[in-house]
Design a protein around this ligand. Structure first.
Ligand code: ADP
Length: 268
């Protein structure tokens, strides 16, 4: 079964413009997505590329159930989202999607462990399980997610005590803790240097090898080369959808980069 199945997705923004006091306002329709078909199966790792204004953010908002299309259908993990009620829509967003942002979006006065536990508090509201059992499993789940991203030794650190790459790891653990249908990453390495970028791309590759489905927006072809499939948008249309034939290995590129970096440092 497809995790994501979008058919003929259109998103139009209506903008009212009033040129002068006397004139009546005129509506301008911006067609941000013009009938897009896109599906992804479990275990895929897809890059979303395209120039500025091509519709990537609009697509991400719809994929992330932050916005609904003007027309078209979007089936997420077997559930049709476009006709769902506001409550169901929010439930799907909280439970089925793990968000990773460029700016990490961690709570600063909260430890790594508590940040990762956070989505499980929201989850508790939808369920009537016994409180004690939930408290126990909530912590265990958060610890397991931090272990998966290699941060079990940093659980009690606050974000300010972690490097950018480590903060993004915490954010990835938080995205995974609910075992979502897919991870939606919006330029996840945009704020990181080369070494940390390779580290995060390596982590995504490892998680994908373990079966996680990942959709990532990126401007950089070198990063898209670490994924398995690239879709490209232009003027609100999906203009290409290609498998990555020569896939890079981010962790071996990281090892090479570290070696070169060390040599450079020794030269100085
Ligand atoms: P990208 O993320 O690729 O830069 P966007 O999805 O942000 O592209 O935008 C696609 C098109 O839709 C652009 O022409 C943009 O100006 C327009 N657009 C995006 N959001 C809105 C909005 N809230 N109101 C009106 N127009 C919008």
């Amino acid at each position: 079964m497809s995790v994501i199945e979008m058919r003929q997705i259109k998103r139009e923004y209506r903008m009212d413009t009033k040129k002068s006091k006397r004139k009546q306002s005129e509506a301008v329709i911006v067609r941000a997505l013009r009938g897009l078909d896109f599906s992804a199966e479990e275990g895929e790792f897809v890059s979303v590329m395209g120039p500025s204004g091509s519709g990537k953010s609009t697509l991400m908002n719809i994929l992330g159930c932050l916005d609904k299309p003007t027309s078209g259908t979007y089936m997420l993990d077997g559930v049709e989202t476009s006709t769902s009620s506001a409550n169901t829509f929010a439930y799907i967003r909280n439970r089925k999607i793990g968000f990773v942002f460029q700016s990490f979006n961690l709570l600063s006065r909260t430890t790594a462990l508590e940040n990762v536990e956070l989505p499980l508090f929201y989850r508790q509201k939808d369920k009537n399980d016994g409180k004690q059992r939930i408290n126990l499993s909530r912590k265990e789940k958060a610890i397991a997610a931090l272990r998966e991203v290699g941060l079990e030794n940093r659980m009690d650190h606050f974000p300010s005590q972690l490097s950018g790459g480590q903060q993004q790891r915490v954010a990835i653990a938080r995205a995974m803790v609910n075992d979502p249908a897919f991870i939606l990453a919006d330029e996840p390495t945009g704020n990181l240097d080369t070494g940390m970028t390779l580290e995060i791309m390596g982590l995504f590759q490892q998680l994908n090898d373990m079966g996680k489905t990942i959709i990532m927006v990126t401007h950089e072809p070198e990063l898209a080369a670490y994924t398995k499939r690239i879709i490209t948008l232009r003027d609100g249309n999906l203009v290409s959808d290609c498998p990555v034939t020569e896939r890079g290995n981010a962790l071996s590129d990281l090892a090479k980069w570290k070696k070169d970096h060390l040599l450079l440092a020794e030269d100085i």
